[in-house]
Design a binder for this molecule. Structure first.
Ligand code: ZN
Length: 674
């Protein structure tokens, strides 16, 4: 059997090695079974005692399952005892096939108990999927997918759950908190989840709870909570502030927040999960600043896309792309136009690097199974929403999102429903747009084939590879007085466009701002640190004579590179292939000059205690340079630098990156001569 694990998303925690994922299917919007659960958990002994009353309509046979590890104390159907079952499947689940009587409501009652598993090592990283229900005084986690409560196969359910814990422990499940007492006798709280649920995730620990109410116009206020271990209590205020901000931001943008609360809960494990109205994050993970500024917003937004409107997985998962666009990408756009462009560039770089065969279509994307499906399902999908907004305009785009939310809330919706919402708000037919971006793998490749100017008039021929896409192509005309953008529609393999500019153009560039999902030309991809970091053929040259510096350079190279480098003496000729050059400023500059390599960029001169930059050697091979004031400055880079593979350059002050960026790259342009 497969217990449906739904609406559960792993946070974007790439730097702590935790993966994201989406779920495999989602229930329909009709609730068929109601659970009334009472759970008593003793984390110290890992003992679980449970009672569940299930009500379900109709008299058809139901298949009820419970893991065989639990001992049944009492089991009745409509008050009549149910015989023990010997039917335990290969996954350790015991099945009972129960037939109701009459046509009314059937009532099933179960009382059971058992001992839960211990926590894995607290440095456990990565997905918690596949882990059993676990208990510990440091933190208990009963994942919804593990069936620690009775489940009726193939039926959607909602629940009410009362949780009892010993004094000093507190805990929760997704849902509205409707009663809570907390005293020397222990902790007791009741939660109500009236929507179709995708599993019940139960969390408990030695939490300090902090709470704030977020007032909403016209509806009840939203309860915001942090459930943090005492050692991170100081983070609570910042997290509550961030929650407040995100919920207000998305409520204004899309429509009312659909739940009555949101909780951020700390975990003794190094992990990150998003659930309806909840995020469960490792203690050390919560300390990372980008969790609050990016990942938390992404998870909050999933309460609209994914846990609010359910994804119709049969036609592809749109919710990760839309969430990435409206969270991760939007935060970059808010930061600056340049930061937005850098994110588009990194998406296109990843898409261009996908090996053939791993480049699936958006329609085939269901959940993240490996890196390449994430690149398509999250990043390419986000790019599709960006192109759509460019095409329709922000107003029509946002209007469609609000209508989609109004109409599809707590329903299952697919790409087609989104398409209809965008068509309705804009009056533009989008069948071709969606068809080409959802059903094709790969990306179109474009080029300027010819261009000529006559006065203010320019004739430019734009060509694309097969299969032919219909594309709105931005052409940027440069003249002595400035730049102007003209968007032309390319719907054939090649087409000549005649454009009248306001002043005589001197050059024309094709999509220099990277607003089209297209296969970039190699010259459009500026060098970044990662090219040298991941190349097994990288050679290391240390440009200094000081021995302490030599050791520090060697240690840094070990931390930075995926495989050990060939070490080449500074007196030798420049080794062929990718090169990592580490040294003191003066020696680095001398080496670069002596060997005809690109010099230190002006903007990095005399800044901070260390400068790092990527460049291209004259023969096209990648070059990475680390220039430090002294051995200690070099040592300080060991921890931070490996995280910056996507950057082109950085300036460090000790271990702190005080400035960084990506080189702009060249654009596909054509110089015009008269
Ligand atoms: Zn997500």
């Amino acid at each position: 059997m497969t217990v449906a694990r739904l609406g559960l998303t792993l946070l974007l925690l790439l730097t702590v090695g935790v993966t994201r994922q989406a779920c495999a299917s989602h229930p329909s919007s009709v609730v068929e079974v109601q659970h009334d659960l009472r759970i008593v958990l003793h984390p110290a002994t890992r003992e679980l005692q449970a009672e569940d009353t299930l009500t379900t309509a109709g008299n058809s046979i139901v298949d009820l399952v419970l893991p065989a590890q639990f001992e049944i104390d009492q089991f009745t159907l409509n008050g009549q005892p149910v015989a023990p079952s010997a039917d335990t499947d290969s996954e350790g689940l015991t099945h009972w096939r129960l037939a109701g009587e009459g046509t009314g409501t059937q009532r099933i009652f179960l009382r059971y108990h058992g001992q839960l598993a211990t926590l894995p090592d607290t440095d456990h990283r990565g997905t918690l999927q596949g882990l059993p229900p676990m208990a510990d005084v440091r933190g208990s986690f009963l994942p919804g997918g593990t069936g620690w409560y009775p489940q009726i196969q193939g039926r959607t359910f909602s629940y009410r759950l009362t949780l009892e814990l010993p004094a000093g422990q507190r805990g929760l499940v997704p849902g509205r908190l409707i009663a809570e007492t907390d005293d020397a006798q222990g902790y007791r709280a009741t939660f109500d989840f009236p929507f179709p649920a995708d599993g019940i995730d139960l969390l408990a620990g030695p939490y300090e709870v902090q709470q704030r109410w977020l007032a909403q116009q016209g509806t009840d206020p939203i309860r915001l909570r942090t459930w943090f271990h005492p050692e991170i209590r100081d983070l609570a205020k910042d997290y509550l502030d961030a929650l407040n901000h995100y919920i207000e931001f998305y409520s204004r943008w899309i429509g009312e927040y659909p739940f009555s609360e949101f909780s951020v809960v700390s975990s003794p494990l190094q992990t990150g999960f998003g659930m309806p109205a909840m995020a469960y994050l490792g203690i050390d993970v919560l300390r990372l600043p980008f969790i609050r500024t990016t990942s938390l917003g992404h998870e909050v937004l999933h309460n609209w896309w994914g846990n609010g409107v359910y994804t119709d997985y049969e036609t592809g998962n749109w919710s990760e792309g839309l969430t990435t666009f409206m969270a991760d990408y939007t935060y970059k756009e808010q930061e600056s136009a340049q930061a937005g462009r850098e994110m588009r560039l990194s998406w296109l770089r990843d898409l261009a690097a996908l090996p053939p065969g791993q480049d699936t279509t958006l329609r085939a994307f269901v959940a993240r199974t490996h890196g390449s499906s994430q690149i398509v399902g999250y990043d390419k999908a986000a790019f599709v929403f960006l192109m759509l907004r460019d095409r329709l305009g922000t107003e029509a785009f946002d209007r469609a999102l609000r209508a989609f939310w109004r109409e599809q809330r707590f329903r299952r919706a697919g790409w087609l429903d989104l398409r209809h919402a965008f068509e309705q708000s804009s009056g533009i037919q989008l069948a071709t747009f969606f068809e080409q971006w959802l059903t094709r793998s790969g990306l179109p490749k474009l080029r300027i084939e010819n261009a000529a100017v006559e006065g203010n008039r320019i004739r430019v021929t734009v060509a694309q590879t097969e299969p032919v896409y219909v594309l709105q192509v931005p052409l940027v005309l440069e003249s002595e007085t400035g730049r102007e953008t003209h968007v032309v529609e390319l719907s054939a393999l090649r087409k000549e466009f005649v454009i009248d500019a306001t002043s005589a153009p001197t050059a024309v560039a094709l999509d220099p701002d990277l607003r089209l999902a297209r296969r970039l030309d190699s010259k459009e991809l500026p060098p970044i640190l990662r090219q040298v970091m991941i190349d097994a053929g990288t050679a290391l040259v240390v440009a200094t004579s000081k021995s302490g510096f030599q050791d520090a350079a060697q240690q840094l190279a070990d931390k930075l590179l995926d495989s050990s480098p060939r070490i080449v003496d500074i007196a030798q000729p420049v080794p062929r292939g990718p090169l990592l050059l580490i040294g003191a400023a003066a020696e680095v500059d001398a080496y670069l000059e002596q060997h005809g390599l690109p010099p230190r960029p002006l903007q990095l001169r005399n800044r901070g205690s260390a400068q790092v930059w990527a460049a291209t050697q004259p023969d096209g091979n990648a070059l990475l340079i680390i220039s430090a004031a002294n051995a200690q400055a070099l040592q300080s880079l060991q921890r931070p630098l490996p995280h910056y593979g996507r950057q082109s350059w950085l300036v460090f002050d000790g271990a702190k990156a005080i400035d960084r960026g990506v080189w702009p790259g060249e654009s596909l342009s054509w110089r015009l001569t008269r």
